[in-house]
Design a protein around this ligand. Structure first.
Ligand code: SF4
Length: 427
């Protein structure tokens, strides 16, 4: 029997800013893994920097860097935002040529991420429809889950909401082999990879999309991520980022056995934690193990020092938790320049958040600060508070840059950014 021909697509990004902070279309690659040996697959990742022009490829020591981009006209909804708007990713002609040369495909699976990145998804769908009209197109991921009606309007044949893949299995007519590692073979060259040891998070923060996607926290099968780590090693990656939302929760079920396993075999790959670690779980022992296992960068979810704000939004941490975690990381030998505290800006409860004081507090502990602009997530308690600022029927209005400017004003945003820069520059 002929195997179905499946195309995996990670679309380009339309936004004011975008940066390759270890970005990989992991959900899409995982589905590719489930289909391993059962379908003939090709991957087209518009955000694959190894294929971008040399001039756009400067990479920092941890494998991150800028994407190739082209300035484009802003959508009219951003008429008041005085920033340049870009399309990030490989040129459109490359995908069109790829489709013409490699098609036709039976199915195209298209990854979606931020809700306000849908123009890139639409571009990919339009090109597939034009060049390979018989291909059945399937959308999945965060935008498809949070804005299903809008996603359906883009012209796909199937929109998958959440993590239940039964409708996809039925459409493709193949039973998935979920024990397989992700489809990293789709890349001809790979410098960075990502890994997940668990799904979901036990907390329910009022601003976060994770509880909207996963109903509960579930550790993954150890054999699977051990196998996937070996696969990434064999592809020559030098940096791996964990994509877990609660990497340190129930450590004895995932992170501890994983780190023990890789240190036993002499791990020399740099590990990173871009998805905000919960500082409450960074014990002295876990800090030591992480440092010994080559975890190089620590991104800590702090958001605010205000006890009132933290309690109101879910109480995931408090300032004492941050201070203890930083102390444990320092004692384990982490360099201060590799520890970052995330602080949200533009949140609807900005009035009680004490953003500047929170920055000063984190700086006082001797670590760096990263401001993360808030993007309203439809269906979350905090997102719903923002209806007066955003039209949830138009996902472009969720854009984090535009939203922060509209709620706080350009002057305040600039002031906070300068203050952050100044603190990060100070010893
Ligand atoms: S702890 Fe982090 S991942 Fe979990 S709900 Fe809160 S913000 Fe989201």
């Amino acid at each position: 029997m002929m195997k179905p021909r499946v195309l995996l697509v990670n679309p380009p990004v339309y936004d004011f800013t975008a940066y390759d902070f270890w970005l990989k279309p992991y959900g899409l690659l995982e589905i590719g893994g489930f289909l391993r040996g059962r379908a003939e697959m090709k991957l087209f990742d518009y955000l694959d920097r190894t294929r971008m022009p040399e001039t756009a490829r400067s990479t920092d020591k941890w494998g991150r860097g800028k994407f190739f981009s082209e300035e484009i006209n802003k959508p009219t909804v951003f008429f008041d935002i005085k920033r340049r708007y870009h399309r990030f990713g490989l040129k459109r002609e490359l995908f069109r040529k790829f489709l013409a040369g490699n098609g036709p495909f039976d199915f195209a699976l298209v990854q979606t991420v931020m809700t306000y990145w849908y123009p890139g998804v639409k571009e990919a769908i339009d090109d597939i429809r034009q060049i390979s009209p018989k291909t059945r197109i399937i959308l999945g991921g965060v935008y498809a889950t949070l804005c299903p009606s809008h996603a359906e309007s883009l012209g796909a044949d199937l929109v998958i909401k959440g993590i239940d893949l039964s409708s996809l299995c039925k459409l493709i007519g193949i039973e998935f082999d979920t024990k397989q590692p992700a489809f990293w073979q789709g890349y001809w060259q790979l410098e960075t990879g990502v890994l997940r040891l668990s799904d979901g998070c036990p907390f329910v923060c009022t601003y976060c999309s994770v509880p909207m996607v996963y109903q509960k926290f579930t550790p993954r099968l150890q054999d699977k991520y051990f196998q996937e780590f070996e696969l990434l090693k064999s592809k020559g990656v030098r940096n791996i980022a964990f994509y877990d939302d609660a990497l340190l929760y129930q450590p004895d079920k995932s992170i501890v056995p994983f780190l023990n396993h890789i240190t036993q075999t002499g791990n020399d790959i740099n590990l990173h934690t871009p998805n905000a670690l919960n500082v409450r779980f960074i014990s002295p022992e876990l800090a030591k193990l992480m440092v010994k296992s080559n975890v190089k960068t620590f991104y800590l979810g702090f958001e605010s020092m205000s006890a009132e704000w933290q309690t109101k939004t879910g109480g995931k941490v408090n300032r004492e938790d941050l201070a203890n975690a930083v102390n444990n990381l320092f004692s384990a030998g982490t360099e201060p320049e590799n520890i970052f505290a995330y602080i949200i800006v533009g949140h609807p409860d900005d009035d009680i958040q004490q953003v500047k004081e929170s920055m000063e507090f984190a700086h006082g502990l001797g670590i760096k600060i990263m401001l993360s602009e808030y993007s309203p997530v439809p269906g979350t308690p905090d997102g719903e508070k923002c209806r007066k600022f955003v039209d949830f029927d138009e996902p472009l209005t969720h854009n984090k840059t535009a939203f922060a400017i509209r709620t706080l004003g350009e002057e305040k945003i600039q002031h906070l950014k300068s203050f952050c820069k100044e603190l990060n520059g100070k010893k």
